[in-house]
Design a protein around this ligand. Structure first.
Ligand code: SF4
Length: 241
C-alpha cells in the first residue's frame, strides 16, 4: 500500500495489540517516551526497554511495560510501530511501503476504507516522529566512513568483521561495553538538556558526531552502526560497507 491507498481503522481501546509484540525503538522514540513520562532517558530505558534501549520491553504476562490496564500510559509519546498499527512499515531502497497487519486475536479494532493511508499516518503523528528519527540515519554513514579509516579490509575478512558486529548488536544480554550505543540510547546522559525532543536531538547529534570522530575501536563503531540501522527499521546491511 502507498499513502494514497484506501484505509481507515477505528481503535477499540481493548489493549490486545499491546501484548506479545517485538517493537524496535530508535533514539528519537526513546526520547519521546522519556519526555512524555517526565523522566530522563536513562530512567525510561530502564523502565520501558531492553537490548540497550533498542527494544520495547514486554512483561512476563505478555503486556507492554507501558500498558496500564487496557490503556497506554505513554500514548502521546508512543513508538512508531504503535502509531502505525495496524499498518506495518517496509523500508526499501525504493522508498517506504505500508502493509496491512493481521489484527491481534480478539481485537475490538475496526478496519474500513473511508480514508487513505496518508491521512491515517498524519492523524497518528507518524510523519513527525519519522522525520525526527530520520535525522539519526546519516550517523550510520558517518560511522561507516570512520571504520574505513581504521580497518584494512584487505587484511581483515569483511564478512567476518560484520558478522561479529551483527551478532553483538542483536545480543540481548552479556554484551560488550559500547560507549556509542550507551550515548545513542541515553540522549539526556550525554547532552544534559532535558529540553524538547527536537532541541535535544540537535545537541545529541552534535555530540554523537564528535564521539564517532574520536572513536578508534572499529568493532565498537560497527556494532553501534548495525544497532542504529535496525532501530531505524533498516536491515543491518544498511550499516555494512
Ligand atoms: S507503547 Fe503503548 S501503544 Fe505501544 S504497545 Fe506499549 S502500551 Fe501499547
Amino acid at each position: 500500500m502507498d499513502r494514497q491507498s484506501q484505509f481507515s481503522y477505528r481503535c477499540g481501546a481493548c489493549g490486545r495489540c499491546c501484548h506479545n509484540q517485538v517493537i524496535s525503538l530508535n533514539p528519537a522514540e526513546l526520547l519521546a517516551i522519556a519526555r512524555t513520562s517526565g523522566i530522563a532517558t536513562d530512567a525510561a530505558r530502564a523502565r520501558y526497554t531492553e537490548r540497550r534501549g533498542s527494544l520495547l520491553r514486554f512483561r512476563g504476562n505478555g503486556g507492554c511495560a507501558a500498558l496500564d490496564g487496557a490503556r497506554c500510559s505513554i500514548h502521546p509519546g508512543r513508538p512508531l510501530a504503535c502509531r502505525l498499527y495496524p499498518l506495518g512499515l517496509e523500508r526499501t531502497p525504493d522508498g517506504d511501503r505500508f502493509i496491512r497487519l493481521e489484527p491481534a486475536a480478539g481485537s475490538a479494532g475496526q478496519y474500513g476504507v473511508d480514508g487513505a493511508v496518508g491521512g491515517y499516518l498524519r492523524d497518528q503523528g507518524v510523519d513527525a516522529l519519522l522525520e525526527m528519527a530520520g535525522r539519526y540515519r546519516p550517523l550510520i554513514r558517518t560511522m561507516r566512513d570512520r571504520i574505513e579509516t581504521l580497518v584494512d579490509f584487505s587484511a581483515i575478512e569483511p564478512r567476518e568483521f560484520w558478522r561479529r558486529a551483527i551478532a553483538e548488536a542483536l545480543r540481548e544480554s552479556n554484551f560488550d561495553a559500547n560507549r556509542l550505543i550507551d550515548a545513542l540510547f541515553d540522549p539526556d546522559g550525554v547532552s544534559a538538556t532535558r529540553e524538547s525532543v527536537e532541541s535535544t536531538i540537535a545537541v545529541h547529534l552534535s555530540i554523537l558526531h564528535e564521539m564517532i570522530a574520536s572513536t578508534n575501536d572499529p568493532a565498537e563503531l560497527a556494532t553501534a552502526a548495525v544497532l542504529l540501522a535496525i532501530s531505524l527499521g533498516y536491515s543491518p546491511v544498511e550499516a555494512i560497507i
